[in-house]
Every structure is written in structure tokens, then in C-alpha cells.
Design a protein around this ligand. Sequence first.
Ligand SMILES: [Zn+2]
Length: 149
Amino acid sequence: MLTETDDLKKGKSGKEDLLLEFLEKLEEGTQKEKVLKQTVEAKTVEGKLKKVQLEEEGQAYEKEFTAIQQKREGLISRIDSSLLKQYEFLKDRLKGVAVAEAKEATCLSCHMQIPPQMYNELHRKDKIIPCPSCLRILYLAESGGSKKP
Ligand SMILES: [Zn+2]
């Protein structure tokens, strides 16, 4: 500020030039500030819109998740509790997969043979048969049928 005042004192024409230059720069700065402000405002609005959009998306996912959860709970309530415990136990121990398809007396999960007696029992579908090797609950995928667990 001091140097500026010194410069202004030096000459009348120089003083005016400096003043004009200063005003120009000031105006330029003001314009730039205006543009920046508008940009910031636009971005803020954009951000708000995006936030709303994301929130809506999040709510939709949450709704879907709740629906799936309710469906799961509905299914669980129909399953025998001891079987459910067995299932949860196996799922925890067997990398999240507690069931395995059995085909032609073979467990398709561990590819081990299922003893014939056990395979016959599996066809009767009156009890839970675990794979003797990987312990997953065996099920039969009927050929041509659409029945799947
Ligand atoms: Zn197995």
C-alpha cells in the first residue's frame, strides 16, 4: 500500500494510468469472481441434484434389500429350525455354500462318489443327506424339471 501511494505521488499522468489500470484489474477481478461464484453455485446445485438422485437410488436399493430380507425371513420361518441351524453352520464353514447338487451318484461340489445306498435315500427325499466327503447338503436336480432349491 505504501509503495502504491509513493507511485501515485510521482506524476499526475502516471497516477491516472495507474488508477485506470488498477480499476481495470479490479473490474477484471470482479468479473472473474462473478464467473467463479456462478460456477460454484452451478456445481453446488449439480451436487445437490446428484445427492438427491443418489439418495433416491439408495432408498430404492434399501427397499429392495428389505423386500429380499422379508422374503428370506418368510422362507426361514417355514424351515425346520434344526435344519436351519445345520445350514447356517455349514454355510459358515464351507465358504458360503451349504448345498451341493448330486448327479449320477457324485457330489458336484467336491466330485466325490456318493455311496449307492445314500444316493437311493436321496431319491426318496424324506430326509436331509449330507455329502459324506464335503458335508454339504445334497439335492437332486431333476433333469427336465425346473425344481431347484
Ligand atoms: Zn461333496
